[in-house]
Ligand binder design. Structure first.
Ligand code: NAD
Length: 370
């Protein structure tokens, strides 16, 4: 079973009983989802869910996740939570799209991949543009190409017109901008030279982030379950390598989670020996209230959906066929947005994650269309 980015602790232990409710409409109301679409294509075995949390300019946008789930209910909750996250992410970036997400319950075997993703493409097409799909965990650019044979409402297809397909370098660039904003706000510095960053997970985003930081004279410590990934960072960036359980306690200026969700919790936060937490992973806080715990420890937390939005900005630009210069300018805005969040958090004496959600909600509500 693989369920990434899904904060199960929050779902199973939530005092609010809506998560436990057997009634689907109670769940939909609790999550604030606009509409939920379910497709079972008997011929191909496709079981898919599209959750639309908000709509702007007629469309919501978000990736298609194809992973195994323990139950249909878990898949529906995942789709709804992720679509809500996309609303926040899109709103905080000032993008003209609402939040949507699709989930495909991955079968043990996909007999005919082409037919399977074509069926998904027809499902997306039936929604008539209310939802635009893109690549996410468990789907490939080549899957998007198959989907694109049935619908135009798809981003992240094979690159053309000099556009880039992989969002990871763009996400990493956005995280760099977020880190620069954290350093300006917390350390009152305009450069990163000789600072020490500990990166948890040096996969697609973590590696690119390491490269950007190394180029700026940053000292790196990395951890990853994949030895080849840490070796690459040691060879190319002279990074220090520590075990996956040791990374939290590394004395550093910035801890950058770029691997998994729910890694900031009551066990790990007391271990942290950093001034700033700023990384790409989705749903870093196991529970929203851990944002307050970080604030009490005087650790500046860069809200995940704001700092990791570079990939979404790239997907939107790719869909609109915009050029790379425009994408980079939009991603650079993450710096200003972060400073806005930090300033407001101090003014209102609130955790940064709460302020980021407030800003996103204000923007979503003022621009939402049904
Ligand atoms: P990835 O799978 O390429 O990289 C994740 C890395 O984390 C892998 O190298 C993996 O081996 C490592 N890892 C797994 N468990 C670990 C552990 N316990 N300790 C240390 N390392 C561990 O994924 P990615 O595309 O680089 O994304 C990283 C994170 O950023 C994810 O949470 C993803 O949802 C989020 N994110 C990615 C993008 C993007 O553009 N790729 C955009 C937004 C958010």
């Amino acid at each position: 079973m693989v369920i990434s980015d899904l904060n199960y602790e929050e779902i199973t232990n939530a005092p609010n009983s809506a998560y436990q409710s057997e009634d689907l409409f109670t769940l939909i109301e609790f999550m604030g989802v606009k509409d939920l679409h379910i497709k079972h294509d008997q011929e191909t075995g496709l079981k898919a869910i599209v959750s639309i949390h908000s709509i702007k300019s007629g469309s919501s946008l978000g990736g298609c996740r194809c992973i195994e789930y323990p139950s249909t209910r878990a898949a529906i909750i995942d789709a709804m939570r992720l679509s809500r996250g996309m609303s926040y992410k899109s709103a905080i970036c000032n993008l003209a799209y609402g939040g949507g997400k699709s989930v495909i319950i991955k079968p043990k075997v996909i007999e005919d991949k082409e037919a399977f993703f074509k069926a998904f493409g027809r499902f997306v097409q039936q929604l008539n543009g209310r939802y635009i799909t893109a690549k996410d965990s468990g789907t490939l650019v080549s899957d998007m190409d198959i989907i694109a044979t049935e619908t135009n409402y798809v981003a992240c297809t094979t690159p053309h017109d000099n556009q880039e397909g992989d969002p990871s370098p763009f996400t990493a660039h956005g995280v760099l901008k977020g880190i620069e904003a954290c350093v300006k706000y917390k350390l009152n510095r305009d450069d990163l030279e000789n600072l020490h960053v500990a990166i948890q997970g040096v996969g697609h985003v973590g590696y690119h982030l390491g490269k950007l930081l190394h180029e700026r004279g940053v000292k790196l410590t990395v951890a990853d379950i994949n030895e080849a990934s840490t070796k690459r960072c040691r060879d190319e960036f002279n990074a220090n390598v520590v075990g996956v359980d040791e990374i939290y306690a590394v004395e550093c200026d910035i801890f950058a989670p770029c691997a998994l969700g729910a890694i900031l919790n009551e066990h790990t936060i007391p271990e942290l020996n950093t001034k700033i937490v700023a990384g790409s992973a989705n749903n870093q806080l196991a529970l929203e209230r851990y944002g307050l715990m970080l604030r009490k420890q005087e650790i500046l937390y860069a809200p995940d959906f704001a700092i990791n939005s570079g990939g979404l900005i790239q997907a939107v630009a790719f869909y609109r066929k915009e050029n790379v210069e425009k994408i980079m300018m939009d991603i650079d805005f993450i710096y200003d947005r972060m400073l806005e969040i930090f300033t407001r958090a101090d003014k209102e004496d609130l955790p940064t994650n709460k302020v980021a959600i407030e800003i996103a909600k204000e923007y979503t509500l003022s621009h939402d269309e049904s």
